[in-house]
Ligand binder design. Structure first.
Ligand SMILES: *Cc1c(COP(=O)(O)O)cnc(C)c1O
Length: 379
């Protein structure tokens, strides 16, 4: 490569069909290129109010405490878990993939006592098993689970899991990072107490923001904590004063102004399309992929009933060189797909059809490139 460090960086043009980031619409990138204004400028405060209202629609919630924290999805995980748990609290964590494991790590760093409930990777969280585990552990205060497990391509039943938690008086923490915009997320109807998402999955924004929402009960709980929240930056009662305070907003941190311009444009586009239309578009792209992969003799890891339309974990056919096919896709066809994680490394590919990626023409481009990449191997 004939470039100097001081040359401007121009990224290659890729079609992002992996587990995130997803393709970003030019309109979102253009919005982010608008001039930066002050984070307490009345015009910016107005933008934050609109963002909050649009996030409430996307999350299907009336929660006043609905905003973004500055950082990717993992920061939302930290924010939800560390605001809810205090040292010594028992939290049941349903784990069926990488992100449930990560939640356990966050909770235990927060001093919580983790009661793990493990499911085979590639299968959903079973609400009946959550119910049974809570019957055995009467002092569990929280139930945490991943709605859309991006590491395995599995959708769990958020409503049933939350109902099991409520039956035993436990509060719920839900990871909706890959869900938001791709499948319904019904925060109020299901009774979720703390939920977080990310921008670079089905919202089709660059990474770096995490939408979160807390129920009234969760905010009351956080206000009555005996100990301070471990993280100063993520202390929700402080962040709220900046995002939702009536009248004068208090300085807490400098918001990532231009990133929020981008999220505003992405949410605006989602709401103009309509949430339901977006879900249907994800489903159609998924079914198109299922049909195309069947012709190539490629099977899915997950049972049809639990498949996540926006993240397709598919079995790598025997004899196929996994890293070579992925690097051929990237280098010769400019298409990114994801590798398997943990026990699924080398066994599956993860094909993301998230946000702007969930379009028939992108699926067709991938199918044709994948066929060639696998044939190049066989030759
Ligand atoms: C991507 C993802 C995360 C982490 O988000 P980052 O933006 O990578 O920090 C958490 N949970 C799930 C289910 C994810 O897919």
């Amino acid at each position: 490569m004939n470039r100097k460090m001081t040359d401007p960086f121009l990224p290659p043009t890729r079609l992002l069909l992996g587990p995130g980031p997803s393709p970003v619409a030019p309109e979102v990138l253009a919005a982010m290129a608008n001039p930066t204004i002050g984070h307490l400028d009345p015009a910016f405060i107005h933008l934050m109010d609109e963002l909050k209202a649009m996030l409430q629609i996307a999350f299907n919630t009336k929660n006043d405490a609905t905003f973004t924290v500055a950082g990717p999805g993992s920061v939302g995980m930290d924010a939800c878990v560390l605001n809810m748990v205090e040292p010594g609290d028992k939290i049941l964590i349903a784990r069926n993939g990488v992100f449930g494991m990560r939640m356990s790590e966050v909770a235990s760093r927060g001093g919580a006592v983790v009661v793990p409930l493990d499911f085979e990777w590639g299968t959903p969280v079973d609400a009946a098993a959550v119910d049974a585990a809570l019957a055995q552990n009467k002092d569990v205060k929280f139930v945490a689970f991943v709605h859309s497990e991006t590491s395995t391509g599995v959708l769990s039943d958020g409503k049933a899991i939350a109902a099991a938690a409520q039956k035993h008086g436990a509060m719920t923490i839900m990871d909706a990072v890959t869900s938001l915009g791709g499948v319904p997320v019904m925060v109020d109807e299901w009774g979720i107490d703390a939920v977080y998402s990310g921008t670079q999955k089905c919202l089709s924004c660059p990474p770096g923001l995490s939408p979160v929402s807390f129920s009234l009960r969760a905010i009351e709980h956080i206000k009555n904590r005996k100990t301070k929240v471990l993280s100063w930056f993520l202390d929700v009662t402080q962040v709220m004063a900046y995002w939702t305070g009536a009248g004068a907003r208090a300085y807490h941190h400098t918001a990532p102004i231009n990133a929020l311009y981008g999220l505003h444009e992405a949410l605006r586009r989602l709401l103009v399309e309509g949430l339901d239309n977006s879900f249907v578009r994800h489903r159609k792209a998924h079914l198109h992929l299922v049909a195309g992969l069947a012709k190539l003799g490629i099977d899915f890891l997950v049972d049809e009933k639990y498949r996540l339309p926006q993240l397709n974990a598919v079995k790598i056919p025997a004899g196929v060189n996994d890293p070579l096919v992925r690097s051929t896709l990237l280098n010769e066809f400019n298409i990114e797909i994801g590798a398997g994680l943990g026990p699924l490394a080398g066994k599956v590919w993860r094909i993301g059809l998230m946000g702007e990626g969930a379009r028939i023409e992108h699926v067709d481009a991938l199918l044709s490139a994948l066929e060639k990449a696998m044939r190049a191997r066989a030759a």
